[in-house]
Design a protein around this ligand. Sequence first.
Ligand SMILES: [Zn+2]
Length: 216
Amino acid sequence: MKKMNSMNLQKVKDFIFSRKCSICGRIVNETGRYLCVDCCSILKKKGQIKNVENYFFLFYYEKDIKNVIADYKLKNRRNLSIELGFFVKKPLINLIKEKEIDIIIPVPISKERYRERGFNQVELLLETMNIPYEKIEKIRNTKHMYDLLDEKSREENIKNAFYNYLDLNDKNILLVDDIVTTGKTIQEIINELYKNTNPKNIFIFSIALSKVFKKI
Ligand SMILES: [Zn+2]
């Protein structure tokens, strides 16, 4: 009997959590939605495209967007891709047109991370927005970059972790990630893309950019 009660309590807790807005915590009435209408429109307003050289992004990685991305990736709220698409699609499509992008490449995750999470968060987002992409591979598992504090170990961690088999000669490339922290991962991908091919330009788009980001 006692066991039943705690199971029921967990169900009630799960149910309440499953209906809370990822930002303000208010109950969202629409099923399968994780952001309330107010938070959604605030994000849309705040998410204007910004850039630092070739890096384009919508938000600094803090507060609201941090919660949304964490819930999307780590708390099994895959449907957040629909709400993310709501404010990512327009600025991303505009950037693709403006820079005459030929090929979009999402930052890959390793097989191990894929097993752990069940999906690549950037690929799913692009699919939700009906934006076609090409893949490169992550050929070995790496530690989470945020666990590594100094630049040297971040560099070592990611070195030779990617493999590209696409022909990118003379193409404008857009790399897409959810969060760019220091840019070390992106730089390693860029190195790999230039190994066997010769892209015309490489641009980067991320939903959020960390304030610790500095140009390498
Ligand atoms: Zn809300």
